[in-house]
Design a protein around this ligand. Sequence first.
Ligand SMILES: C[S@@+](CC[C@H](N)C(=O)[O-])C[C@H]1O[C@@H](n2cnc3c(N)ncnc32)[C@H](O)[C@@H]1O
Length: 405
Amino acid sequence: MASWRRSCREGLEIRPSVGKGLGLFTTKALEEGEELFEEDPVCGMALLMFDQPNGRRHCQHCMRFLPETLEGGTSVCCAAGCGAFYCTKACREEAWAHHSVLCGANECWANFEQEARECCNEYYILAARALASLRADTLEEDLWEQSPWSGYASPAWWETMKRPKYEDSDSESSASHGESSSADLDSEDEASLDRFFQSTVRDQTCDMGQKLLSVLEGQVSSLAEALLRAGPEPLGRLMGLLRVNAMALHAFRQVGEDEDQDLARGMAIYSLTSAMNHDGEANCFVSSDPDMPQRCLVRTLRRVEPEEELCIDYLQGSPYTTEQRCQVLLQQYGIAPPEEPKEPMPYMGTAFVDGHVCAGTRAHQQTAGWCLIVSSFLFKTMTSTAISWHVLLWHFHIKTIPGTS
Ligand SMILES: C[S@@+](CC[C@H](N)C(=O)[O-])C[C@H]1O[C@@H](n2cnc3c(N)ncnc32)[C@H](O)[C@@H]1O
């Protein structure tokens, strides 16, 4: 597992970027299509709980597809018998950093996981993994500063949330596109509902923090316990950190000519990539290694001059209109719209390009093409992966708010 601590290869630097916090910069000129770096997640891969039916077909750590039968292969299962499968012993050992505590065979954890599932909130699982993997054991005054993720952007989780406005509970598309159904409410009502919503998210975080503490107590570092004991703020900041820094991963496999695609989704935090800011006309592109879905690769999309900031499009490959993009960027990342928003690049969706699956625009697909091509040599059935920053978690469920359940 990679470290939260950030260290750049020669020629790249993390430093302040005006109005954006930190950013990643190049000190040298870069050519178009240059591979800048690749990195593994710092926080364990999560096979997302919305995709549980697919869970057994993927390694629960690196998300690689498992062979149809486990006999004769390298696949292994959790020794405690919780039903988690891994592609190799090495993956099982890496996952042990959190799985030793967060194993489905541990009833306390299984209950917490169920609770997070009921809230439809996968960030709770990722936050639990981050806390369970914390190794620091001596406590200093500022707990947050002592955590290895203290240098990451970490707005409070409830500040990154905006009350979803559902037409009805099934209209996912209108919710995910931020469409309003409450035309009758005036702005004061809206603001007060927003405040109520945020305080409910805060209360829920507080409650989940207590529950997570009872799962982890006595089994993790004293720093992890102290962070959970210090009220809802540290967990809220960790959840916010995950919300603005985690990238969505998708692994696809075409099972047969006529059969549907096999799809797995995951979320991961990367140390260097998470220092990259958003730009609608990004000079870089993130993809993932098809042979190693959780590994992310950053390449340039055009020539980049020395001292230029390296940026990516957070909504790379998303089918949003310009207006919807502005809303999501503002609500989730706190990024104000540019004075004159430009039309996004045409969305190609998840599509076959020259026989390979990938997401994003055609320009992106071509840039990512080489790694996808490798996949067809490696697998009898075709496997490929895509990666994007934006994770749609509009489905999350806050039980006490009328109209959102
Ligand atoms: C993944 S982090 C990027 C690194 C971050 N700037 C830092 O200091 O760690 C995402 C956050 O960076 C900031 N950010 C990214 N792109 C931005 C932009 N174009 N304008 C303003 N803020 C931006 C927002 O606060 C966003 O929530």
